[in-house]
Ligand binder design. Structure first.
Ligand SMILES: Cc1cc2nc3c(=O)[nH]c(=O)nc-3n(C[C@H](O)[C@H](O)[C@H](O)COP(=O)(O)OP(=O)(O)OC[C@H]3O[C@@H](n4cnc5c(N)ncnc54)[C@H](O)[C@@H]3O)c2cc1C
Length: 425
């Protein structure tokens, strides 16, 4: 079967026609899949990326990188380029709805070379990783939907997919499911999932620049309310706003003017960023989920990114952990291919080295988002107490930041977690 390739860059005639096989096929050309393709190609492992989208998204969207993700970008070799696309901040300021500053979280406290956060356009980052992977020989087929894995003697040998003009088969030694939170690759290895869907939805988007925020990110918190604001590269600000249980249709009926008024009432500094914005085009709506998955590997199959773990985005960690996972998985795949053993047992080193981080970050994101939004009087008091204790105690702030920043090395104990959460003095 010959597959037609549609690439991000101009291709030669030979490149456009591809025999349907590769060492590794990655389902999903998002940030996680593209980062893995780049790392595999560096290890001389032939890689094919396939994605059901027609090509890269046209609408920019914001994404925040934490120190662990920045370190991974540095290892991948793209940190300098991403830095030019985004804005870096050392301070994350938390305010209540009356503008009172509750916490100034200082990433400078971290003993880490990347002791800051950075927000950029995720589409540009995806493009950068994808085109670098292609320059090293990875191939991308868009408009192609994964159907099922082809098994032989219980080991994956390839996959069936639907390319634009019909069904096709691709042979591969390893299949990676980087196909997002609703992963079909995950279903085909029979992994169990525990899903918690949150009741509060969010609007996210990029608006114009807000001069007051130059060197800091800001978050407003109040029971049932949350607004995050991050400078996101030249001329852009990323906003993240909780709209409670309202649907996108409800919000559209209320009108963009009402939405802007509501947001600028909490954060008057955003009026500058909304400027002349007259349509919803750069604003998206989503309802977060927390998905725990086990196992992350099967015989000849591995899961990566949101297909292996999906968190509440309050943590800003999904992409960051995925980039670290991609680096770890590339090494494990290289080892499995050179040993000629792609069994789940051989691949499980990937899960055992990475799952603890996903478990800690997922739980932390769950508690911090639930605490911050809760209307319960006790939780409200605990949350405020935790923030004020942290402000007064740099050691405690550093401990909490290590989790948020993804730079902890072992699972924090219960007492440590209770101190961070304000439950214990
Ligand atoms: C609103 C929002 C804000 C966020 N903010 C942050 C943040 O600030 N920082 C952070 O670290 N994380 C953040 N996250 C999480 C982050 O976006 C995800 O963790 C990350 O994008 C996951 O990347 P991925 O490559 O695993 O998945 P995706 O980006 O979802 O890519 C999956 C790809 O698989 C393709 N696909 C799916 N099914 C198939 C199929 N059957 N066949 C072929 N292709 C398929 C899709 O088209 C898609 O391109 C946020 C998430 C949301 C929703």
């Amino acid at each position: 079967m010959i597959l037609r390739l549609i690439s991000n860059r101009p291709q030669s005639a030979e490149e456009r026609d591809l025999e349907g096989k590769a060492d590794v096929v990655i389902v999903g050309a998002g940030i996680a899949g593209s980062a893995l393709a780049l790392e595999l190609q560096k290890r001389n492992i032939s890689t094919l990326l396939l994605d059901r989208r027609k090509g890269l998204d046209a609408t920019p969207r914001g994404i925040t990188f934490q120190p662990n993700g920045l370190e991974a970008l540095e290892k991948i070799g793209v940190l300098d380029s991403v830095q030019q696309m985004g804005s870096a901040e050392r301070i994350l300021e938390v305010r209540d709805w009356n503008q009172q500053v509750l916490l100034e979280a200082d990433y400078g406290l971290l003993d880490h070379p990347q002791n800051y956060i950075m927000t950029a356009d995720a589409v540009q980052v995806e493009h950068l990783l994808g085109s670098k992977a292609e320059n090293l020989g990875a191939q991308t087929i868009w408009n192609t939907r994964f159907q099922e894995i082809i098994w032989k003697d219980g080991i994956a040998q390839g996959l069936r997919c639907n390319v634009e003009d019909g069904p096709s088969e691709i042979q591969a030694s390893i299949i990676v499911g980087a196909d997002g939170p609703q992963s079909h690759v995950r279903e085909s290895i029979g992994a169990t999932t525990k899903t918690k869907k949150y009741s509060d939805s969010f609007m996210v988007g990029l608006i114009g620049p807000v001069s007051e925020l130059k060197d800091r990110a800001r978050q407003y918190q109040a029971p049932g309310k949350m607004l995050g604001i991050m400078p996101a590269g030249p001329g852009a600000t990323y906003i993240f706003y909780c709209v409670g249980t309202r649907s996108f249709e409800d919000l559209k009926k209320e009108g963009l003017g009402r939405f802007k008024d509501e947001v600028t009432q909490a954060a008057p500094e955003l009026a500058e960023g909304f400027g002349t914005m007259e349509a919803w085009t750069r604003i998206a709506y989503f309802t977060p989920s927390f998905i725990k998955v086990d196992p992350w590997v099967g015989n000849g199959v591995a899961l990566l990114g949101d297909s292996a773990h999906t968190f509440h985005p309050h943590a800003g960690q999904g992409v960051n952990l995925s980039l670290q996972d991609a680096l770890a998985l590339a090494d494990v795949i290289a080892d499995a291919l050179s040993a000629g053993d792609t069994s789940a047992k051989r691949l499980s080193r990937y899960q055992s080295s990475r799952k603890m981080f996903a478990d800690v970050v997922g739980q932390h994101a769950h508690y911090t988002s639930t605490y911050a939004l809760s209307n319960n009087w006790l939780i409200k008091r605990l949350n405020r107490r935790a923030l004020s204790k942290m402000q007064k105690n740099p050691k405690l702030m550093k401990k909490a930041l290590e989790i948020t920043a993804g730079v902890f090395t072992k699972k924090p104990g219960l007492i440590e977690q209770a101190r961070i959460g304000g439950i214990l003095p």
